[in-house]
Ligand binder design. Structure first.
Ligand code: PEP
Length: 253
């Protein structure tokens, strides 16, 4: 079964409600031509999820959240539980983004627990992995990514496996303007798919979409997306500009 290209925009801590609605209004028509050939998601900040969900009704864009808590409810001041995100209309939750790992101490074991919560709530996880520049220069890229994949995904069956999206995001390429070459990215994506095969078998591994993230732009998207194991993109900065994000969405359509 062919994997449908999946482009997701991570807005990070940007856009008020009013700004989010203005962006969505333009985005809806800018990406409508790809219909269901490409799956498109946006991940606004928590505060904008509810109004954006309403603004996306009858569009071909689905909603994602940027993280969640692993528990369903409880004394976790300031946190948001997965069922709350489901209630707002989220289809996906981004987990283990490198900013969460670096700035908020998120670990593979913590991501693993959050994945359970997301699946239980009826949403799909986008699990981010990727090496730092130091790890790449030390020749450790594949082993670092392997540890992250195994740590985040352990304990899930092949049935759950088919519901995962993985995002390979080299830390040195996020928000830096430096992109992995298509060859560098494809090498890691192929490695991830072979790890998924080891966990869940070749059939399930062949169904999992693996996005690339790290300074994806209109002018490098087509080349990256032409690689056999690159099934989409997780886009940060360029997802805040309608023309740039729409061009990435259309790069493979
Ligand atoms: C990201 O934050 O997931 C990301 C890939 O950011 P950027 O596209 O800005 O590098």
């Amino acid at each position: 079964m062919a994997r449908r290209c999946f482009i997701a925009g991570n807005w990070k801590m940007n856009k008020t409600v009013a700004e989010s609605l203005a962006l969505v209004r333009e985005l809806r028509s800018a990406v409508s031509m790809v219909r269901d050939r490409v799956e498109v998601a946006i991940a606004p900040p928590f505060t904008a999820l509810h109004p954006v969900a309403k603004a996306l009704e009858d569009s071909n864009i689905v909603l994602a959240a940027q993280t969640c808590h692993a528990s369903e409810s409880g004394a976790f001041t300031g946190e948001i539980a997965a069922p709350m995100l489901k209630e707002l209309g989220c289809s996906y939750v981004i987990l283990g983004h490198s900013e969460r790992r670096q700035l908020f101490g998120e670990t593979d074991a913590g991501v693993n627990r959050k994945v359970s919560a997301v699946l239980k709530a009826g949403m799909l996880p986008i699990v981010c992995v990727g090496e730092t520049l130091e790890q790449r220069e030390g020749g450790n890229t594949l082993s670092v990514v392997e540890t992250q994949v195994k740590g985040c995904l352990s304990g899930f069956s092949a049935i759950d496996g088919a519901r995962f999206v993985i995002a390979y995001e080299p830390v040195w390429a996020i928000g830096t303007g430096k992109t992995a070459s298509s060859r560098q990215a494809q090498e890691v994506h192929a490695h991830i798919r072979s790890l998924l095969g080891g966990l869940w078998g070749a059939e399930t591994a062949g169904q999992v979409r693996i996005q690339y993230g790290g300074s994806v732009k209109a002018d490098n998207a087509a080349e990256l997306l032409s690689q056999p194991d690159i099934d989409g993109a997780l886009v940060g900065g360029a997802s805040l500009k309608v023309a740039d994000f729409a061009a990435i969405v259309k790069a493979k359509a």
